[in-house]
Design a protein around this ligand. Structure first.
Ligand code: SF4
Length: 320
């Protein structure tokens, strides 16, 4: 097995020879351990790297299942090997759409029921298994496939940046196109913002933002000193050469919720002062104690209620 591994090793994609050597060694360790654990009860799988095509309500889906075993009971077990860092939680296993789609594909391909789904964590040689999906989960996965296919057909697939970006298509990505698309990086395209280059405009924006931050801090510091002087000297106004500053202690009045409730509730008026609180709803949605069904129902009600342009500053690393 290790000889086969050596002969089929692909060197492409590593940052350095050292990195490649480390990964290759790590792969050997994983395989050796895999062999030690599984050689005693090894059974020939019924399929390995099996390509499938399925049709979900007219949507054609293609995929490759790592491994399918036939169980003593006559049913099937699906295994997907993963090289991820972390072991899979029960929740991750339960929500894994890939396994659901593999189950649909395997049942269509072999006309046998799937009885076990496994994500195999290679780094620790741990199989994380769960029962097959029920009718409801299968129906939900199919609905999701159809919905996403419709969005793709409508050209609606907004980019979602993740830890492994940029991918192999940065020239098509709204996050990276400006840096990688030759049409945008060409010198002729650079002067586009009021006579200045975009690069300069970005740097100018960040520099102004920093200056504002510094000025705001200075302003706060000065305000504290002037207020302290007015309080110490019992002054309501201090004078400069061309301006004067008036000092006043502005009080903000409010009501204690419990006290007001005690008055209004018996009169049936309490509901009239209650209003819907988006912040509290967000808190409720992030509460682990909330049943998934209720959370999904609420999430399905999420709508865009306002939209405003914002800019986030990102510091580029030297090598970028
Ligand atoms: S770089 Fe690729 S993966 Fe990342 S957001 Fe853009 S298109 Fe998506």
């Amino acid at each position: 097995m290790l000889q086969f591994y050596d002969q089929n090793w692909k060197s492409a994609g590593y940052q350095s020879a050292e990195e490649e050597a480390n990964y290759k060694e790590y792969g050997k360790t994983i395989l050796t351990r895999f062999w030690e654990i599984h050689t005693a009860d090894f059974r020939m799988p019924i399929a390995v790297e099996r390509q499938f095509y399925i049709d979900i309500e007219g949507v054609k889906l293609r995929g490759i299942i790592d491994r399918v075993d036939k169980l003593e009971s006559g049913g099937l077990a699906i295994v997907d090997y993963k090289t991820t860092q972390e072991l899979f939680t029960n929740e991750a296993l339960r929500d894994n759409l890939q396994l659901t789609l593999y189950q649909i594909a395997a049942e269509q391909t072999w006309q046998l029921p799937v009885e076990k789904l496994t994500l195999y964590h290679l780094r620790s040689n741990t199989p994380c298994s769960c029962s097959p999906r029920g009718e409801k989960e299968v129906k939900e996965a199919k609905r999701l496939v159809v919905e996403i296919a419709e969005q793709i057909a409508r050209q609606h697939f907004p980019a979602k940046e993740g830890p492994f970006c940029p991918c192999d298509f940065p020239e098509h990505c709204p996050y990276y196109r400006h840096k990688y698309d030759p049409a945008l990086t060409a010198p002729a395209q650079k002067e586009i913002l009021c006579g200045t280059t975009v690069e300069d405009a970005v740097e100018q924006y960040v520099s102004l933002q920093q200056q504002i931050k510094t000025l705001q801090m200075e302003l706060e510091e000065l305000k504290e000193k002037i207020v302290a002087l007015c309080q110490e000297e019992e002054l309501n106004r201090v004078y400069g050469r061309e301006h004067a500053l008036t000092y006043k202690l502005v009080e903000t009045a409010g009501f204690d919720e419990e006290e007001v409730r005690a008055v209004l509730e018996p009169l049936g008026l309490w509901d009239r002062v209650l209003s819907f609180d988006q912040g509290k709803l967000k808190q409720l949605l992030s509460d682990d104690g909330l049943a998934k069904e209720i959370r999904d129902k609420l999430e399905a009600l999420r709508r865009v209620t306002s939209c405003s342009p914002r800019l986030w500053v990102r510091k580029l690393r030297e090598e970028e």
